[in-house]
Ligand binder design. Structure first.
Ligand SMILES: Cc1cc2nc3c(=O)[nH]c(=O)nc-3n(C[C@H](O)[C@H](O)[C@H](O)COP(=O)(O)O)c2cc1C
Length: 384
């Protein structure tokens, strides 16, 4: 305990002295110095997920960019989601044959086969980035065989998105639900099922509208949610309204992960909504560490997914090491969707390559057998 406190206080001093870099400097500005505002950087010259944000920021109207970029209040949680990965370094191994690591990327999510342990998570209003809206996201997910979870607040309707699906493509449907209106809830469930969705992803971390000051400046806030009463009793009731599995998205403590297991959830999805709901909420990486420390059995009792701030292959590797089965990515794919299907496809391909490269360089032979000892998750204390 003592060494943890010392290391955290040193760390906060270091962080206080250093300004937050909205976009890491990997040379984008220098390389694209001739790019005028409103011009789109050539897709084949983008080399990683952060480049898609840099490109979209220069291309999109400011209000549209702000809708994607914004976080709650002073955006501490937004920044922390990005920066937290560097507070929990990798412990790379050498003398390991990692030559086949690429073949270990494919995984199952809720029993369905996908080519990578990451997915395109729910983000509303793709139409703000591209007139074809969600089409680019669903088509790229099909092309690359990764999971896509459309938002209930998508620009396109559930049937419209389904019309762009490939014949055997598996998607899950995200939902915000109103506990006082079962008729509306049933409609969403039935539409999702008719569209071929294999699961409902019920978002429970947004029982009220987020306090979003950056977005309010541009009138770019989310659709207004009422204050809602989401409880375990309501979750149990929901299971009587559909035979689709209902995953809970937005779990943020070990106790709630344990309660979710007790309520028979098919999967627990750790998320703080990309820092858009309550500022001060922890990154899902920190929540995964809490579960690993206090109730590691959760990772075997149910599937655990996580999202928030994932931008590099190494971020994915760290979450997998802690026991997360699949990692969601929100903003980067919305920015990639400015280029449509081709852009999202390229972003997925770049991340697949990075996950394999970073795993290999960390000495991981098989991503399915990675374990927590690859991450220093107990701060400066030994891995005892
Ligand atoms: C523009 C935007 C819209 C979002 N809309 C939804 C939504 O409709 N439903 C939901 O459950 N989460 C929504 N989220 C949260 C994402 O599902 C996800 O938790 C978050 O984006 C992950 O963080 P990342 O953007 O750093 O990857 C949204 C996020 C963004 C950035």
């Amino acid at each position: 305990m003592r060494c943890t406190l010392i290391s955290l206080s040193l760390l906060s001093g270091t962080l206080a002295a250093r300004p937050f870099l909205d976009e890491p400097d990997t040379g984008f500005d220098m390389f694209f110095s001739n790019l005028a505002t409103g011009q789109l950087a050539p897709l084949d010259q983008l080399v990683g997920l952060p480049d898609f944000e840099a490109a979209a920021k220069r291309y999109l109207p400011i209000a549209n960019y702000t809708y994607y970029r914004n976080g709650a209040a002073g955006e501490w949680s937004f920044r922390n989601n990005l920066e937290v990965f560097y507070r929990y370094p990798l412990r790379p191994r050498t003398m390991v044959d990692t030559s086949n690591v690429q073949s270990t990327l494919p995984t199952t999510i809720l029993g369905y086969n996908f080519s990578a342990p990451f997915f395109i998570t729910s983000a509303a209003r793709a139409g703000l980035g591209n007139p074809a809206a969600e089409r680019g996201l669903v088509e790229a997910a099909a092309a690359e065989n990764i999971l896509y979870v459309p938002s209930l607040y998508a620009t396109l309707s559930i049937p419209e998105i389904a019309s762009y699906k490939a014949p055997s493509q598996v998607t899950f449907q995200q939902a915000y639900l109103d506990p006082s209106n079962d008729t509306a809830t049933k409609l969403v469930f039935d539409q999702a099922k008719a569209a071929g969705s294999k699961a409902i992803v019920f978002t429970v971390d947004a029982p009220a509208e987020g306090n979003r000051q950056r977005a309010d400046r541009y009138d770019a806030s989310e659709a207004v949610l009422p204050f809602t009463a989401i409880t375990w009793d309501y979750y149990d009731h929901l299971k009587t309204l559909t035979d689709l599995p209902i995953i809970l998205k937005g779990i943020q403590t070990v106790e709630e992960a344990q309660a979710a297991v007790a309520h028979g959830v098919p999967a627990v999805y750790l998320s703080n909504h990309g820092g858009r709901q309550v500022d001060g909420s922890r990154s899902p990486l920190e929540v995964a560490i809490e579960i690993r420390a206090q109730a590691p059995e959760v990772f075997t009792q149910t599937e655990v997914y996580a999202d928030g701030g994932v931008r590099y292959g190494g971020d994915v590797v760290k979450l997998l090491a802690l026991g997360v089965r699949a990692v969601g990515i929100g903003r980067p794919f919305m920015y990639a969707n400015v280029y449509g299907t081709e852009g999202v496809t390229r972003a997925v391909q770049l991340l697949k390559r990075e996950v394999a490269l970073d795993a290999a360089n960390a000495g991981v032979a098989d991503l399915k057998n990675i374990d927590p000892s690859y991450v220093i998750w107990k701060q400066s204390c030994a891995l005892d």
